[in-house]
Write a protein of this length. Structure first.
Ligand code: NAD
Length: 428
């Protein structure tokens, strides 16, 4: 999934190196943490519906498990690369550490395009993936979850294979399961709501009244939809949303300067997060080019679609009115653009803090599974809010006391926590 010269792993390592320098991390810890501890690369042969056999490549990468079992999603994508999975596994380590949950970082993937595979073929892929890793994953080793183009049904097939091999019920093996089959209430909302809990706290610190703010969002999938709902619930006004249209093979921005009606838009959005253009016009939306989301005169920008979306080509188009960028997507800002945002004193809420609500709720799911006792939705969301607020405050306080950018402060906290775990275990 790396595009052109953009290599997520190089960026992840560069970010790590710069903070390791700042905190004077010793050589051995630095060497341990700047690369994954374990990598599994393997082939999965699948008997296809037409009788032929196709061999798929699968990966599972465990960056670090000093603070607890590795945790991270499994992606299905035709352009998946080992380097992207390495970077994402590293970011998972920092993400779990910054919200202070007892988990490490991992990520996995299969190079495949599920859009052209039958349900049976996808099931065989899921089962084959688990067969390859049955001794290397588990509730106390490495806990997978859904990611790009994988969902609750894939998690259940994987769980079933794992339980068949190990001869028991191990619902804590995997998260993102359907509610009623070991899934947690609130998991669907968790990432988007978490983004807004963090944004709400940031606005308080900046002395900005959320009810007087406007926002523009890139993406209208799971994360963006719930972020928009919670932001609207707290009194903010979303005036622009952009999303991808797979028929036209391009993106559009839907704008209403008076404020978009999120519930109405949800009613005309398909399961891939694409808003229907004709119906949106009937609702009074202007239809603008996809890139227009970034140029709006708003107080808040929320990139919630893809990586690499705020870059040196478009960062200068950001309006002087923008005060906060809440990174809901993973890696939406390139290091070059980040420098410009810093010079312009735009307050950036870094991705691995801002979108940590999803993994935090996955952790709650694992806890509930291991107890075999499930919480009410309000309880889940309350616990989520408490965790996200505490994480934001810790990062903010460090950024103020040590005059650091929020991203660097978040890295300092995470790297120090993981380095301490590594040291206390006697690894270094
Ligand atoms: P999704 O697939 O549900 O939605 C993606 C949205 O982005 C869709 O609305 C799509 O139309 C839009 N999009 C795609 N290309 C676009 C483009 N070029 N311009 C504008 N819009 C475009 O994905 P999601 O689960 O909402 O995840 C979004 C981001 O958040 C990803 O970076 C993901 O890694 C990250 N994230 C997700 C979770 C989670 O729990 N789902 C957790 C942490 C981080």
């Amino acid at each position: 999934m790396s595009k052109g010269t953009y290599n997520a792993y190089e960026i992840a390592q560069a970010q790590f190196d710069s903070v390791a320098d700042k905190i004077g991390l010793d050589e051995a810890t630095r060497e341990l943490l700047r690369q994954p501890m374990r990598e599994y690369h393997f082939s999965i042969p699948v008997k296809m519906d037409d009788g032929s056999v196709k061999v798929f490549r699968g990966y599972r990468i465990q960056h670090n498990d000093a603070r607890g079992p590795a945790k991270g999603g499994i992606r299905f994508h035709p352009d998946e690369t080992v380097d992207t999975i390495r970077a994402l596994s590293m970011w998972m380590t920092w993400k779990c550490a910054v919200v202070d949950i007892p988990l490490g970082g991992g990520k996995g993937g299969i190079v495949c395009d599920p859009r052209i595979l039958s349900e049976r073929e996808q099931e065989q892929l899921c089962r084959g993936y688990v067969r390859q890793l049955s001794k290397n994953m588990g509730p106390f080793q490495d806990v997978p979850a859904p990611d790009v183009m994988t969902s609750a049904k894939h998690m259940l097939w994987m769980l079933d294979e794992y339980e068949t091999i190990h001869g028991g019920r191990y619902p804590g093996f995997i998260t993102g399961k359907p509610v009623g089959m070991g899934g947690s209430l609130g998991r669907t909302e968790a990432t988007g709501f978490g983004v807004i809990y963090v944004l709400r706290e940031a606005l308080k610190k900046l002395d900005i009244d959320i009810t007087k703010t406007t926002a523009s969002i890139q993406g209208f999938g799971n994360v963006a939809q719930h972020a928009a709902k919670m932001y609207e619930q707290l009194g903010g006004k979303v005036i622009a949303i952009s999303c991808w249209d797979n028929n036209d093979k391009k993106s559009y921005t839907f704008r209403n300067k008076g404020g978009l009606n999120i519930n109405a838009l949800l009613g005309i959005t398909d399961s891939f997060g694409t808003i229907n253009k004709e119906k949106a016009q009937e609702l009074g939306c202007e239809i603008l080019p996809g890139e227009a989301w970034i140029e709006q005169d708003v107080d808040i920008l929320i990139p919630a679609a893809l990586e690499n979306q705020i870059n040196d080509e478009n960062v200068h188009k950001i309006s002087s009115q923008v005060k906060v960028i809440a990174e809901a997507a993973n890696g939406p800002t390139t290091p070059e653009a980040d420098k410009v945002l810093d010079e312009r004193k735009i307050f950036v809420l870094p991705d691995f803090l801002t979108n940590a609500g999803g993994v935090t709720c996955s952790y709650f799911e694992q806890v509930q599974c291991n107890m075999n006792y499930y919480w009410e939705k309000d309880e889940v969301l309350q616990k989520l809010d408490t965790k996200m607020t505490a994480a934001f405050n810790a990062v903010y306080d460090l950024s103020v006391s040590n005059d650091l950018k929020m991203r660097d402060a978040a890295y300092v906290i995470s790297i120090k926590r993981v380095a301490e775990a590594v040291k206390n275990r006697g690894w270094i």
